[in-house]
Design a protein around this ligand. Structure first.
Ligand SMILES: Nc1ncnc2c1ncn2[C@@H]1O[C@H](COP(=O)(O)OP(=O)(O)O)[C@@H](O)[C@H]1O
Ligand SMILES: [Mg+2]
Length: 297
């Protein structure tokens, strides 16, 4: 798809072709982000498809994907650009040897600039999809720096001037909400909250990602996980866990869920001992009984 999608249905279909099944609301948000050239801020629990949609959009739109993983202490040099000091020093030495005068201006030319993801997003053709992942991990000053970038798709480099994108990249920002993203960033973005999928969509996703899985087993896995999400656990399993568990069960040649199989594979779904202890035994038996009600295969 070289043309931007003409409709919400078109973008939903293009994503489905990448085995990413968006909700109608998410497809609408992505459509509008493209049409309005606005960044899209995605929040939601871990494992709800925030990171994956950026890759799926890039593939669907046939655009390069540029990824910036945020972390505490992320700074301009790692996120946007850095001067290549080693090359500048070399240039000065060479100039000295040739008794040629080098002016500071010449030393701050584009060829001495190392482009990091944000700057790459402005200079790459065709306009890429830029994923700014887990923004809540970066510190607040970094968000302040992002404001110019998000508002005007440009970066101002003091020694060089302002670099602007010829065509705006599609920017996807994600947050796991370990802290609130600043209002000023939010104001520049469209916003969408990703929830856990309902049973029908989760089942469709498992089938799309794991075509070889037994249909009945897939139904049971989804019903069980949906049941788990009703419990008051420290960390609820996301889609990533549903898919991991499905893969594990396929690997074990399981054809249906029984207490022993659940017991021995809970660590694929739950990563905290308190949660595992809570679910093991009678709770798992209750969920399995409930699951049989739902699936009644
Ligand atoms: N709507 C979806 N359709 C297909 N696969 C999905 C969908 N949402 C999530 N996934 C899959 O679930 C896993 C977790 O998604 P991810 O994007 O890493 O979650 P997050 O970034 O929200 O923590 C990935 O393997 C991803 O491919
Ligand atoms: Mg993620």
């Amino acid at each position: 798809m070289n043309q931007p999608p003409a409709s919400i249905d078109a973008i939903a279909e293009a994503l489905q072709a990448q085995a990413y099944l968006p909700s109608r609301e998410l497809a609408t948000a992505a459509f509008l982000a493209l049409r309005l050239s606005r960044p899209l801020l995605l929040e939601g629990a871990p494992g709800t498809g925030k990171t994956a949609i950026a890759a799926a959009l890039a593939a669907a739109l046939q655009r390069p994907l540029i990824r910036l993983q945020c972390y505490e202490g992320l700074d301009l040099a790692a996120a946007a650009y850095e001067w290549n000091y080693a090359r500048q020093m070399l240039e000065i030495r060479l100039a000295q040897a040739a008794e040629h005068q080098r002016t500071a201006d010449e030393l701050f030319a584009r060829r001495f600039l190392i482009e990091r993801p944000l700057l790459q997003a402005l200079t790459t053709q065709p306009a890429p999809v830029l994923l700014i992942d887990e923004l809540d991990r970066a510190d607040a000053p970094f968000e302040a720096f992002l404001l110019e970038f998000l508002a005007d798709y440009q970066i101002t480099i003091p020694e060089l001037g302002t670099i602007t994108a010829t065509a705006p990249p599609l920017v996807i920002l994600t947050s796991n909400r370990s802290r609130e993203i600043h209002d000023a960033v939010k104001r520049r973005c469209l916003y969408h909250w990703l929830d856990f999928p309902d049973a029908a969509r989760e089942l469709a996703i498992v089938r799309a990602r794991l075509p070889q899985i037994d249909q009945r087993l897939a139904g049971q896995v989804v019903a069980f996980v949906q049941g788990l999400r009703q419990l008051d656990l420290y960390k609820l399993p996301g889609l990533a866990e549903t898919l991991d568990w499905s893969r594990a069960l396929v690997e074990l040649n399981a054809v249906s869920l029984d207490p022993a199989t659940v017991q021995s594979t809970l660590g694929v779904l739950l990563k905290y001992q308190d949660d595992i202890a809570r679910v093991q035994g009678s709770e798992a038996a209750r969920l399995l009984a409930e699951m049989r009600e739902v699936v009644r295969a």
